[in-house]
Design a protein around this ligand. Sequence first.
Ligand SMILES: Cc1ncc(COP(=O)(O)O)c(C=O)c1O
Length: 383
Amino acid sequence: MNPPLTSKLPRVGTTIFTRMSGLAQAHNALNLSQGFPDFSPPEGLAQALGEHALRGHNQYAPMAGLPRLREAIAGQLALHRNVAVDADTEVTVVPGATESIFCAITAVVKPGDEVIVLDPVYDSYEPAVELAGGRTVHVPLRAGSFDIDWEKVEKAISKRTRLFMLNSPHNPCGSTVSARDLDILGELSQKHGFLVCSDEVYEHLVYDGRTHCSVLQHPVLRSRSFAHFSFGKTLSVTGWKTGYCVAPPELTNELRKVHQYVAFVAVTPVQHALADFLEAQPDYPTSLAGDYQRRRDLFLTALSGSRFSWTAAAGSYFQLLDYSEISDEPDTELSERWTRELGVASIPVSVFYETPPEQRVLRFCFAKSDEVLLKAAERLCEI
Ligand SMILES: Cc1ncc(COP(=O)(O)O)c(C=O)c1O
């Protein structure tokens, strides 16, 4: 007889990213679904990883991360955000932002607590809230612009609101928050006493002259937020699964209590290689926006003869395309059909909503080579 098993996550299946990447592979489609670059990381990084492994950096690093990497991270925040952080008490190196987001949620959400998420919402947040015994309260972003509707947010706040999940630049929408958004969030968090979990993994990918607005730069939010970052995104090494969380000492302390029993540490030679790179090329992240903006523009220019409509992504490496002029098929069906028949894989956006609105949009990742972007656009123009 099988042991009795009641799933703690009955509504969770395999993620859409795994499913669409699997389908893309099965049909040999151009994979613009899952968010990862198909080009090499910056020169020297992979070599440094190999060298550190060969040199014997193969045992556990300190739980909070190698001191030299944490110092390099503090240096990055000073250089790119003009923010001072204490590398010992406020920076934790983690095996990917997914892990630190999970740890932050687990550390502060208690049974019965409510967590506000903005739909469409990145898929890892809600399961973490549910496992902590909390409940997500979904507030949709404004249709079309994907801006935050702060009136709706304020209505969703209750006495039980413990945490607000922010994601900018946004996956899947490619939208970004403004300094004014952070002011409003700061006021609301102070007035209602909730904390903020800010997912900033695409911090360096902001376009058309915009600058990234981090909770770390905001005086109120700085004192009540966890901010999560990913070297996978910044250094094109998503498979290295290494990132960091920055939070005030009190929050960092609680995060580390969970982190030490979830993963305990991030991978040692990877941390050494990242520290080498950041020490040698602290300015590297400033080159990213121009490079990704060029890829976005290449893709969109090549689509100019198509029947899609769009607003160019303000940030992230995702571009939404509205296909309402082409088809009224649901996005979940269309993305699968186009993967099979057209050989272009994308991500349906409706799966990131509690209640999907009447919209026809697919997400395409433009962290791809020029050749792949042009080929995909050519096929999309044929529809
Ligand atoms: C919005 C967002 N947050 C977090 C992550 C996960 O980052 P990591 O690979 O560092 O766990 C991703 C990866 O796609 C993402 O898009």
